[in-house]
Design a protein around this ligand. Sequence first.
Ligand code: G3H
Length: 536
Amino acid sequence: MDIRNLYPGESDIPQEQNIDYIVQKEYLINGEIRTWNGKFHQVLSPVYIKTNGDLVQKKLGEYPILTEKESMEAVEAAETAFDSGRGMWPTMTVAQRIKHMEKFILLMKEMREDVVKLIMWEIGKSWKDSIKEFDRTVQYIIDTIEAVKDLDRKSSRFEMEEGVIGQIRRSPLGVVLCMGPFNYPLNETFATLIPAIITGNTVIFKPPKFGVLLHRPLLEAFKISFPKGVVNTIYGDGATIIPPVMSSGKVNVLAFIGTSHVADILKTAHPKPHRLRSVLGLEAKNTAIILPDADLDTTISEVVAGTLSFNGQRCTALKMIFVHRKIMPEFMRMLNDAMCNLKLGMPWDKDVDITPLPEEGKCEYLAGLVDDAVSKGASVTNINGGLYFGNFFNPAVVFPVTAEMRLYHEEQFGPVIPVAAFDDIEEPLQYVIDSNYGQQVSIFGKNSDRIANLIDPLVNQVARVNINCQCQRGPDVFPFTGRKDSAEGTLSVSDALRVFSIRSLVAAKENSVNKEIITDIVRNNKSNFLSTDFIF
Ligand code: G3H
C-alpha cells in the first residue's frame, strides 16, 4: 500500500458528503448575530486533494479573527445577562429554563447533517463517528434535562432540623468560559456548555483550534432559544482573545478541556484565584495491564480500539501497554496481525480505521517518538508501521518500550502503540504510581484474585479501572474525571450540574411569623427559589 494513493481527487469525493466553501462572518454576542468585517482565518481540512499532480489541502472556509475588544464585549454581555444573579436567566425557574433548552434541541436536530459534515471535514473524523458524536451530544442534552428535573424534584421540599426550616437548592455561579478540545469539538464543548447554561449561568464559548465552522449552523439556534447574553461566542487566536477575558476577573468558572500547560496559563491569569472554579479535562497516559491468563482475542480487539479509535486522538486512549512476558510472543503476533487489517482511508470511506491527522507537524512529532525509541533499543514490529506521508501516519507498534524512551512518558495522542514486557506486577503498578497522570487503567485477565489485588491499589491512583475493556468516558452518566495532572472536577450528566452550581439555602427559625411568611411566599408563587413546585 502506498499512502500517497490514499488521497482523493475532487471527483472521488462522494457528492452527499462534499461541502461548499463557507465564509462565516457571524458571531453571537448579547443576543445579536453580528457581522465581522475584520481579518479572517482560513480553515483547511486535514484531507488533501490531488490537484494537477500536487496534493492541496481542501479549503473549507473562513471564520472571524476577533480581537480583545470583541472578547471583552462578550464578557460584558455575559456579565450583564447574569446581572450579579439578578438577571432573567439566573432567577428563572428550572422548569422555564428547561423549556428554552428543549427548544434548542429541536433546532439543533435540524442542523444534524450540516454539523456532521463539518465535524468530518474539519477534524478528519470518520463519517460514522461524526454522526455518533452529534447523536451522543443530543442524547447528552436530553439526559441533562432529565437529571435537572430529578435534582429539582429533590429540592422542592422543605427540611426541618433543630427548629430550623430550610429549603436547599442549587444556584448558578456566574459567568462561565467554555473551551472544548479539537478531538470532540462538539461533544466535549457541549459537555460543559449545556450543564453550565441549564443551571442558570451565562456563557462565553470559544470553539477549539480545529472544529470551528461546525458551530456556525447552531448560532441561530442559540440566539432563538436563549435570552440575550446567555450564550456568547468568540473566535480567533486563543492566545490573544482569552487572556484578557481571564484577567478581567469576571469569569467565575473556567471549563476547559485541553492541555495542562494552557490550563495553568489561563488559571493564573485570573486575578482572584479563589473566586474561580475550574473544571478541567487534561492529558492522560492510560495504561493497559495484560495478565498472563488474559483472553487474547478480547484483549487484542480492545487494545486496537483503545489505542487507535479516531487515530488515538482521545484523552481516554490507551497510551502504554504492559504485557506479561509469558504471553508476549503470542500477544505481539496477534497485535501485528490486527494492524494489517486496519483500513487507512478518507473519513467518508466505509469502515475506515485510520484517517489523516489535523495537527500540523503531528506525523513528524510521532515519528520523532518512534525514532527516539528505536535509537534506544526498541523496534517497530508491524509491517509498514510508522511510515508516513503528508498527514497520514501508518500506526506503529513499538516494542520494547522502556523508561529511557520518550514514548514511555509522553502522551502521544496519535496512532503509536508502545508495548512493554513485565515479569513482576510491581512494574506496571509502579508505572501508574510514578506517572504524572491519573485518568484510567485497563486490566485484562481472568483470575479474579489477581484482578482484585490490582483493583484496590489502582482505584486510589486513577479515576476508573476497566476490566477486560479499553478505557473510555461513556456511558456519559458515569463520572468522568482524573487524578494528578489529568483533571479537575468531575463531568457526567449529573456531576456536571453540580460542578456549575453551588448549594444555596433559605433558612428560618420555625416560629409562627416565619411559617406565615414562607407559606405566603410559596402559596402565592412569590419566589422562584423558595417554592415547592414539582416538575413532572
Ligand atoms: O478525549 C477524551 C474524550 O473524553 C474521550 O471520550 O472515551 O468517549 O472517546 P471517549
